[in-house]
Design a protein around this ligand. Structure first.
Ligand code: PMP
Length: 412
């Protein structure tokens, strides 16, 4: 039984069904979350979740400096704070973004509870029901969930191995406008896309920004994986060349996700609206977490830790790519990510990854079916495999099991 089959989700048993706002109709159980219960069983190799592997963080040192922080700052770290976020942390975030070529003013930043909340606030201030948001093909499942919860229509723009296609973007914008719909923004993940692992080339970044500017469409650049470059140095962020781009950042992958700290960098007028939205959502972003992150950035070799993370993820990525090379039957293809957490597999013609999932679980391997990453039912032949969490040996076992399941599907 899947989570959505559970009686709790049967609307006939929900006595409040007539009371909910219409926007709840767009809310879906996240495909990834629904998989978690199964994927966490010890016998299963989970190539499904996107949890960062943080078990090698220097916990003793972090505990000592947090204790020191509480002793010196006292209750300030447990008090309400600024709706925009703590000024000290906003200053430090400028140094983080500078690594990707971004020059900004701390006053144009809003701290959020993870970049997920950034996505929510941006959608909240821009989108009315029926508005269109453009997104890559495929796109981050959590962003699609947010857009749908605001009754936004998501229109996917074709993408290839260099990311979103600027020519297709121009055509899509023209088509949507000709249909009389309002496009509010383009949502894009230029670095190591979740789920495809693809990186937008530097040329494309400029072309996409230019095309959106010409059409009066805002660009929202989501960049949680930017510093997790596994091969070359990162390509400068879109925001580094265009200060009208709204940029979402996060500490979830460069430090730890449990603090729930991310940020939005936006043009000044937009920033003001974001702060109002943040105040109505939470009064202020989590103060303790902000000081904890600020303390970590100031007192630890956080850049060195990012290098440790990169080396660890590179080993896992390489293990996954070699295992795929060795194991997968002909007719299967996959991306070769230069960073981030994910490989995007295209199965042989005729296979359906959603239908294959229960057989994968029987074979003790979990993955996310590609359709989760589209708002319009595409992705039936795709699968997202994550290399971030299991160690290399487990990844190899997982890919062997996955390949075996695919081979059996082909014989069926
Ligand atoms: N954007 C993308 C592309 C992601 O992959 C994620 C997390 N998986 C998020 C945003 C949200 O991350 P967080 O809220 O932890 O910053």
């Amino acid at each position: 039984m899947t989570v959505t089959d559970h009686p709790r989700y049967d609307t006939r048993l929900d006595r409040y069904v007539d009371s909910y706002a219409q926007r709840t109709n767009g809310m879906r159980v996240s495909a990834v979350r629904a998989l978690f219960a199964v994927a966490n069983r010890p016998e299963i190799v989970s190539l499904a979740g996107g949890m960062p592997n943080i078990k090698d963080l220097p916990l003793g040192d972090i505990a000592d400096s947090m204790a020191e922080m509480i002793r010196t700052r006292g209750t300030q770290v447990m008090q309400y704070g600024s709706g925009q976020g703590e000024p000290e942390l906003r200053e430090q975030i400028l140094d983080v973004m500078a690594l990707e070529g971004i020059v900004a003013h701390p006053d144009d930043l809003v701290i959020t509870a993870g970049s997920q909340q950034g996505l929510d606030l941006v959608t909240r201030i821009f989108c009315d029901p029926g508005d269109v948001v453009l997104a890559e093909s495929p796109s981050y499942v959590g962003a699609l969930g947010t857009f749908l919860s605001y009754q936004v229509e998501v229109v996917h723009v074709p993408s290839d191995d260099q990311g979103l296609d600027p020519v297709a973007l121009v055509e899509t914008i023209a088509r949507v406008k000709a249909a009389g719909k309002r496009i509010k923004f383009l949502y894009t993940i230029p670095n190591y896309n979740n789920p495809s692992g693809v990186t937008q080339s530097a040329r494309r970044r400029l072309d996409i920004v230019a095309a959106c500017r010409a059409a009066g469409v805002l660009v929202v650049e989501d960049n949680p994986y930017g510093l997790l470059a596994l091969d070359a140095e990162p390509i400068p962020a879109m925001r580094s060349a265009a200060d009208d781009v709204i940029y979402l950042g996060s500490f979830s992958k460069t430090f730890a996700p449990g603090f729930r700290v991310g940020w939005v960098l936006a043009p000044h007028a937009v920033r003001e609206k974001l702060v109002l939205a943040q105040e109505s959502a939470t009064l202020c972003p989590p103060v303790f977490s902000q000081f904890a992150i600020s303390n970590y950035l100031a007192n630890h070799d956080w850049k060195g830790q990012v290098v440790v993370f990169r080396d660890m993820y590179r080993g896992r990525r390489d293990a996954m790519l070699s295992a795929l090379e060795e194991e997968m039957p002909p007719g299967t293809s996959w991306t070769r990510p230069a960073g981030g957490f994910f490989v995007w597999v295209t199965l042989p013609e005729g296979l359906d990854s959603q239908a294959m999932l229960p057989r994968g679980v029987d074979a003790r391997v979990a993955f996310v079916p590609g359709s989760a990453f589209y708002a319009d039912g595409q992705g039936a032949r795709n699968v997202r495999l994550s290399f971030c969490f299991p160690p290399a040996e487990r990844i190899e076992v997982g890919v062997q099991r996955f390949a075996e399941v695919v081979r059996r599907e082909l014989d069926m």
